[in-house]
Design a binder for this molecule. Structure first.
Ligand SMILES: [Zn+2]
Length: 161
């Protein structure tokens, strides 16, 4: 989107919501050069932001779906809805910023996990365990051990990386 104030073309989406009749999306944007905020309205059927699944299938990026996953992972954890909303916004900006108008679900998932990791370890582990592929289980277990190891007695292991 072109900034109406300074014509710069890079901005970040700070809030998105569907209109009442659900046929358009209102986005609050912030220009990355002048930091002024502006609003855009986009018709839903004109927004081809997609996520590409592991098997190559594409589907529309769905904020609600991301939020549902987060709500599930953050159940009874100390993560506020605002924090979750921020993660959803970050995920959406990431997809919207793609020059190809699509991102792999793996890349989106990594971004979400990166954010979640900084906020709440348990929520992160829940999200990652649902999200990650079975073939990554060993890698995930390693990660889990690293996380737990940081808190409890550090097991002696050679440097893995
Ligand atoms: Zn600007």
């Amino acid at each position: 989107m072109r900034c109406p104030f300074c014509s710069f073309t890079q901005d970040k989406v700070i809030d998105s919501r569907e209109s009442k009749d659900a046929d358009s999306i209102r986005r609050r944007r912030e220009c990355e050069r002048c930091n002024k905020r502006f609003t855009t309205y986009e018709r839903l059927d004109e927004i081809p932001y997609m996520v590409v699944k592991k098997d190559g299938r594409r589907e529309k990026f769905d904020r609600q779906k991301v939020l549902s996953g987060l709500l599930h992972s953050c159940q009874k954890r100390n993560v506020s809805v605002t924090q979750m909303q921020e993660i959803v916004d970050a995920a959406e900006s990431f997809v919207v910023d793609s020059p190809e108008r699509e991102r792999s679900t793996a890349a989106v998932g990594e971004l979400i996990m990166g954010r979640l990791k900084d906020i709440d370890t348990v929520a992160y582990i829940r999200f990652a365990s649902v999200y990650r592929d079975f073939k990554d289980v060993r890698e995930f277990k390693q990660e889990l051990e690293d996380l737990l190891g940081g808190r409890e007695i550090k097991p002696k292991r050679p440097m893995a990386r």
